[in-house]
Design a protein around this ligand. Structure first.
Ligand code: ACM
Length: 684
């Protein structure tokens, strides 16, 4: 009925106002509702559903644990946000004599498997909210949308009156967390699972083993957790706890045991399966290392069989990731026995040898009811067609795998550890134009995963590296291809990002925790201002070559308090552009406010600068103040002496250098202003 009215209304309006009305209306809708990911279909009715103490949820199947837990959490989050003392703290079964605020209907419990139905339909009127879905997982997705629709005026909290029909674009929408480079406690994983569910991600890829650690208890081979984990590993019961927690949120868990390379920790425990006879120690640095399993040794497969057979029932998901990346095979080349084996088996290259290994591993997994998944490097047309190729080096491998009938998942472009801006991930469309794939082949592209590699993150900083950028990736993977207005998304993301705090995500608040640490609890205002213009070095420039930071180095530094998309830098650079275009009074004022801020900031910074941890920022803060003063004089006096021009150019040179592992993100704006002064005012 409601939808019919909306449809009729839109039809009539379209008739009178032709298409411009619809596009303006569509524009308004996604500015008004801060939904991430943006739903497939949405229309509004201008009603409000008030939230008061009588708020009541009923559901058609009260025995469904997933929905019961989700609705209970929903009620807690709702009362937490609104301050409303809701009378009924738990969901009730639908009866004919109760008219609930939120009426939930679904047909069946969802299975945690690829292609499961996650669709839902949400209709909100002043009288009632109805949420309908095929599966309980669809109900969860709808509840998250509903929570994003909470709004308020001066007197009331309410849900916006809208009608939504929603379903994901891709069935595989993941986040990988590397817990091997740095161990992440269960509590960190759980809150990140909550946040994943909040933006409708559905795969947690758990990267469990690396050169730097083996993070799982293996009962049949205890040397793994005893010798190769520094005591930081997950027990069987902890794994089950995480898998269950994820399952309750409608999230699949895909484990990764990275072999044959990235496997120093395996060889710390069992050096007898190494390709080189030497002493192995847990790796403390970052990088690509030579240790690799011996694919010619029967014992290797015996141990792999023990590990995978023990792990298979703990991870009920069908898919099992074996890594397979960056095995350069140097130790294979140095080993005469392995060389002889290659010749005997007519394996020409190390890639052929790795394929030999992969095929044997795939058999072990198949025996355990699992489908093998691996990074790009495992791709080889001899593998069974159900193997999934995880593309990280380039889109070409994804397209090539899809063409040859393999399912694939994209991570290229979703590497959040590169510390690249939100925009680069958001606009990383998995299916680019001119892909040359048939519809059948296109369906092999399952989706994507954000990858949180763990070299430079600890529990203190991991949330700020994952969020909010992963929410933008979640939209890329859930919403239609044509939802790609970056500025619009950013506006929505702003709200959704801070709401993640409700789930315990520390991406915002830990900035100040770190700044209090490095200032020994002095006034951190000036440091906060610096984090608003400094961004962590990008593309692995921090810890270049992997030789500066060990796994146990401090990750409590100024750079760890900084993030991508530094807000003052974005606004300053934008203002410079505007000013140079229009020279308007308002853009001039805004620019001068920024410059004054940085001059004053230096005075405040020097007041707290009494601590070795802040020393690295001293000359940066001074130079920033000086360049600000110089540029301000140019703006205010509409003239710029050659002396000032040269001075600002040399200050700029200094400011371009890395600052305590960060880069100054206002360089572009400063440079444009100086160049402009050079052209307009400086007379040689
Ligand atoms: C990878 O980044 N080595 C998969």
């Amino acid at each position: 009925m409601f939808i019919k009215i909306i449809d009729a209304r839109i039809k009539i309006l379209t008739f009178f106002f032709f298409t411009t009305f619809i596009s303006i209306n569509a524009q308004n809708i996604n500015e008004k509702y801060h939904l991430v990911p943006w739903p497939k279909e949405i229309s509004e009715n201008n009603q409000k559903h008030l939230i008061n103490k009588d708020f009541l949820i009923t559901v058609n199947d009260i025995d469904n644990k997933r929905v019961l837990k989700a609705t209970t959490q929903f009620l807690r989050r709702l009362s937490g946000r609104t301050g409303v003392f809701i009378d009924k703290g738990f969901t009730e079964i639908i009866t004919t004599d109760i008219s609930p605020s939120l009426l939930i209907n679904f047909q069946r419990a969802g299975k945690l498997e690829l292609y499961e139905d996650e669709s839902y339909q949400l209709i909100i009127t002043s009288k009632q909210i109805s949420l309908n879905a095929v599966t309980d997982i669809g109900v969860l997705r709808g509840l998250e949308t509903l929570l994003q629709l909470v709004s308020h005026n001066k007197n009331n909290f309410f849900f916006h009156g809208v009608s939504i029909k929603d379903a994901p674009r891709f069935p595989w929408r993941g986040l990988m967390i590397d817990v091997a480079r740095h161990y992440e406690p269960i509590a960190v994983l759980k809150k990140n699972l909550d946040a994943m569910a909040a933006v409708k991600l559905n795969v947690f890829h758990w990267h469990l083993t690396e050169d730097q650690g083996f993070r799982v208890q293996i009962k049949s081979r205890p040397k793994f957790h005893e010798l190769a984990s520094d005591g930081q590993y997950y027990t069987h019961s902890q794994i089950s706890e995480v898998v269950q927690y994820a399952s309750d949120l409608g999230i699949r868990v895909v484990p990764e045991f990275d072999v044959p390379g990235h496997a120093t920790s395996w060889l710390v425990a069992y050096p007898e399966i190494a390709s080189k006879d030497t002493i192995y120690e847990i790796e403390r640095y970052a990088g690509i290392f030579d240790p690799t399993l011996d694919p010619t040794n029967d014992k290797t497969y015996e141990i792999l069989d023990d590990v995978f057979t023990e792990m298979a029932p703990l991870f009920p998901d069908k898919y099992f990731h074996i890594g397979g990346d960056e095995n350069e095979g140097k130790h294979w080349d140095e080993n005469k026995k392995i060389q002889k084996f290659k010749k005997e088996h007519e394996l020409k290259t190390n890639h052929d040898l790795q394929t030999y290994f992969n095929i044997k591993v795939q058999k072990i997994l198949e025996k355990n009811g699992k489908i093998m998944m691996g990074w790009d490097e495992i791709f080889q047309p001899d593998l069974p067609k159900n193997v999934v190729i995880h593309s990280w080096r380039g889109r070409e491998s994804m397209i090539s795998a899809a063409k040859q009938g393999y399912k694939t998942v994209l991570s290229k472009g979703f590497y959040i550890d590169l510390m690249l801006p939100i925009k680069s991930h958001y606009l990383n469309e998995p299916i680019a134009e001119n892909h040359g794939l048939t519809n059948n082949q296109l369906s092999n592209i399952l989706g994507g995963e954000a990858t949180m590699w763990g070299e430079l993150v600890t529990p203190l900083s991991i949330d700020s590296r994952i969020w909010p950028r992963t929410a933008a990736i979640a939209e890329r993977l859930w919403s239609s291809k044509d939802v790609k207005d970056y500025e619009n998304m950013l506006n929505r993301l702003h709200t959704v990002s801070y709401r993640l705090e409700e789930l315990g995500i520390t991406h915002i608040r830990n900035r100040d925790v770190i700044l209090r640490n490095i200032s020994d609890n002095q006034n951190i205002k000036s440091l906060i201002n610096l984090t608003k213009i400094c961004e962590p070095l990008k593309a692995y420039e921090r810890n270049k070559g992997g030789k500066e930071y060990k796994t146990y180095s401090p990750f409590t530094l100024f750079v760890d308090a900084c993030n991508t998309d530094a807000i003052d830098a974005i606004n300053f650079n934008k203002t410079v552009k505007m000013y140079l275009k229009d020279k308007s009074k308002s853009s001039k004022e805004t620019l001068i406010n920024f410059l004054d801020k940085w001059v004053l900031n230096n005075i405040e910074f020097q007041e707290i600068n009494n601590n070795p941890l802040l020393k690295q920022l001293t000359s940066f803060s001074l130079n920033l103040a000086e360049i600000s003063t110089t540029i301000k004089s140019g703006i205010e006096q509409s003239t710029f002496s050659l002396l000032n021009y040269n001075k600002s150019k040399s200050l700029l040179m200094e400011l371009k250098k890395p600052i305590a592992d960060t880069e100054l993100a206002i360089i572009l704006g400063l440079e444009s202003l100086i160049q402009n002064f050079g052209k307009e005012y400086v007379k040689s």
